[in-house]
Design a binder for this molecule. Structure first.
Ligand code: SAM
Length: 247
């Protein structure tokens, strides 16, 4: 997959993407990420990319011209049909469903804002969608863009060592992940659930599904309301509820 990021801080993107599974995906050619700095597309001596807001008020607003030139330069190197997304707190909530849909696109150009944001005329004319990473405001679009890139990279075949890992994570199946344990089997008098050390793989799968359902019921009931549950899932959820005494 190819992703371009239009950002005033390309080093922030490059540095963060040099590590871990995403770094390996880039080295292995599974993912290509390029940065386009709007400052490189300015013509004035100060290389200015921002200006005071019309109507007054604090902060600065990113100007149309350098952003437009950087976005168009990015689109020129991306495959046809690539989409342009502005990372903005007022956008649609980015989630696993949005990530999966974006995998179908030939390429993705992410625009990272700064300061008070971006001149609305640029967003209206040059942007296809706006995505938010949550109901809070961070100082720039670089961290949100990195969140998007990381979430997409994990879904690309070849990024994760174990092919099944992404399919078993929270939200992949509309449920939260089950609890995980590792050695030692007993720590400070607290033992891991015995089913996990018994070697019965069918029982382990059943326990994991029950815990995933239970956790989702406790923490994110909205996810269960949208779920078309199988008969087995109903039985397992009732079992879980019985163990909590909240049935
Ligand atoms: N004035 C803007 C507002 O109230 O929504 C906040 C601007 S913020 C300080 C600077 C930049 O950070 C934005 O242009 C946007 O690119 C990015 N940003 C901030 N919060 C975000 C969020 N929750 N999701 C995505 N991007 C965000």
């Amino acid at each position: 997959m190819r992703i371009a990021v239009v950002t005033l801080f390309p080093e922030m993107i490059r540095e963060a993407l040099a590590h871990g599974v995403v770094g390996r995906a880039i080295q292995g050619g599974v993912l290509k990420v390029e940065c386009f700095d709007p400052r490189a597309y300015t013509s004035d001596v100060h290389r200015s990319v921002d200006d005071r807001p019309f109507g007054g008020g604090p902060g600065m607003v990113l100007k149309v011209e350098p952003l437009r030139a950087a976005l168009r330069a990015a689109m020129n190197v991306m495959p046809g049909g690539s989409r342009r997304v502005y990372m903005g707190a007022a956008g649609r909530q980015f989630d696993q469903g949005v990530a999966r849909a974006a995998l179908e696109w030939p390429g993705l150009v992410l625009l990272a804002g700064r300061y008070e944001g971006v001149d609305q005329r640029l967003l209206d004319a040059e942007i296809d969608s706006e995505w938010s990473i949550g109901d809070y405001v961070v100082s720039g679009g670089e961290l949100p863009a990195l969140v998007v890139i990381d979430a997409l990279a994990r879904l690309l075949p070849g990024t994760l060592g174990c092919a099944e890992s992404a399919g078993q994570e929270s939200f992949s199946d509309g449920l939260l992940d089950w609890p995980h344990y590792t050695r030692p089997a007993e720590l400070g008098g607290v033992a891991v659930p015995t089913v996990l050390t018994g070697g019965d793989h069918a029982a382990i799968s059943r326990w994991r599904l029950r815990e995933a359902l239970g956790r989702t019921w406790l923490r994110r009931p909205d996810l269960l309301e949208r779920r078309d549950m199988s008969e087995l899932e109903r039985v397992l959820l009732e079992e879980f509820k019985a163990t909590t005494g909240k049935a």
